[in-house]
Write a protein that binds this ligand. Structure first.
Ligand SMILES: Cc1ncc(COP(=O)(O)O)c(C=O)c1O
Length: 378
């Protein structure tokens, strides 16, 4: 028996409808979209269709979508692309303490090249205060990069307010939305960001494909040099199969994003309630309401997450963020930034549900988690 999968924030399975859409592009339709013959025309059409599908989900124009290899690459293209021309003249980047390393490490690299960086702290729920961002803006600030939904605790940042502040000060705003796309509605007609990062494998598309929304008129310098693919910003023959998968996943999400959000919250809350009913000294990390509907970060007092996981073979979960490297169960920078007390931070599990999660899965998983914590506490 495979363990019950409650690690959808690490990655999701490819949805069967997505796999079906991709299949012809693994087998018969192998053309290069740049080729000027039947095979190439078909591949180009498939890439264009996927661009339109993703644009529909995000409510932007298809020409504002650049396909990339993953969210990390999108973040690099956005931040380095914007800052590179300014590196030697002390320009300023604002980001937050709870960003994924795919932003924080790019910011650190920018700093090493001479750029100044302000890292905004968060409160105990993991929320950035937009006033802190406004106060940090100087005449040298060129970019604010703040995530949408946090990957570890799910807290959703006040990105509308931050976008307004950025606009009022003539500063560009990049938002890493790798975790929120496909879980909650993200409407770029309402959310006035200049750049936004998308990760295919977090919403039922395959790994190895992502996207960057680049608002029309926003000019960034190319990070990669090569041919003119993807508006010259991501040269290299397109991953047609992956892009078709991303398009199909976006179409699926556009059909039912509101009901999907509700269903995710239902399974997540069922899990939370079952655990709370059976165990004392459990702390919810992250904002109680302003949170991704599938994300449950729980701190179990006076145990280590590793001990709990060693007793938990029936359920696949994460201790902290999965992307930090194998076996790395140190207290995450996100829990540290939120000042989660050590006795809860050490025993924190990240549980994340998905659209395939059933109530039966939740009931069995809750029982197993409770037992594993009790055994670790003994
Ligand atoms: C918020 C956020 N940004 C970026 C990434 C990096 O995504 P990828 O591994 O697809 O590059 C992740 C992955 O977990 C994430 O959660």
């Amino acid at each position: 028996m495979k363990p019950i999968y409650l690690d959808y924030n690490a990655t999701t399975p490819v949805h069967p409808i997505v796999a079906k859409a991709m299949h012809p592009y693994i087998t018969d339709m192998y053309g290069n979209p740049s080729s000027t013959h039947w095979y190439g025309f078909d591949a180009r059409e498939a890439v264009d269709k996927a661009r339109a599908q993703l644009a529909r989900l995000l409510e932007c124009e298809p020409q504002e979508i650049i396909f990339t290899g993953c969210a990390t690459e999108s973040n690099n293209i956005a931040i380095l692309g914007l800052l590179t021309p300014w590196m030697d003249c002390k320009r300023h980047l604002i980001t937050s303490a709870v960003e994924h390393p795919a932003v924080l490490e790019v910011a650190r690299f920018c700093r090493s090249l001479g750029c100044s960086v302000t890292v905004i702290p968060v409160d105990s729920n993991g929320l950035v205060d937009p006033c802190d961002i406004e106060k940090a803006i100087t005449k040298n600030t060129v970019l604010i990069s703040i995530m949408h939904g946090n990957n570890e605790v799910g807290t959703i940042q006040p990105v509308e307010a931050i976008a307004m502040i950025a606009k009022n000060h003539g500063v560009l705003f990049h938002c890493d939305a790798a975790q929120s796309i496909g879980k909650i509605p993200v409407n770029l007609r309402k959310l006035d960001v200049d750049m936004l990062t998308v990760a295919g494998h977090k919403f039922y598309a395959p790994k190895g494909v992502g996207a960057l929304f680049l608002k029309a008129g926003t000019s960034i310098q190319k990070v990669y040099h090569g041919a003119s693919h993807e508006f010259g910003l991501r040269p290299g023959t397109e991953n047609v199969t992956g892009i078709v998968g991303l398009g199909a996943a976006a179409e699926l999400a556009s059909e039912n994003i509101e009901t999907r959000s509700l269903k995710l919250a239902e399974t997540r809350d069922r899990l939370h309630n079952a655990i709370l009913a059976a165990l004392d000294d459990v702390r919810l990390n992250g904002h109680p309401e302003k949170r991704l509907p599938n994300t449950l970060s729980l701190g179990f007092k006076n145990v280590s997450a590793t001990d709990v996981m060693n007793n938990l073979l029936e359920v696949a979960v994460s201790a902290g963020a999965a992307c930090h490297g194998p076996g790395e169960h140190r207290i995450s920078h996100v829990l540290e930034a939120m000042a989660v007390p050590q006795e809860y931070a050490r025993g924190t599990l990240r549980l994340s549900t998905g659209i395939m999660t059933t109530n039966d899965d939740i009931d069995v998983a809750a029982m197993s988690i409770v037992e594993a914590v009790k055994r670790a506490r003994d």
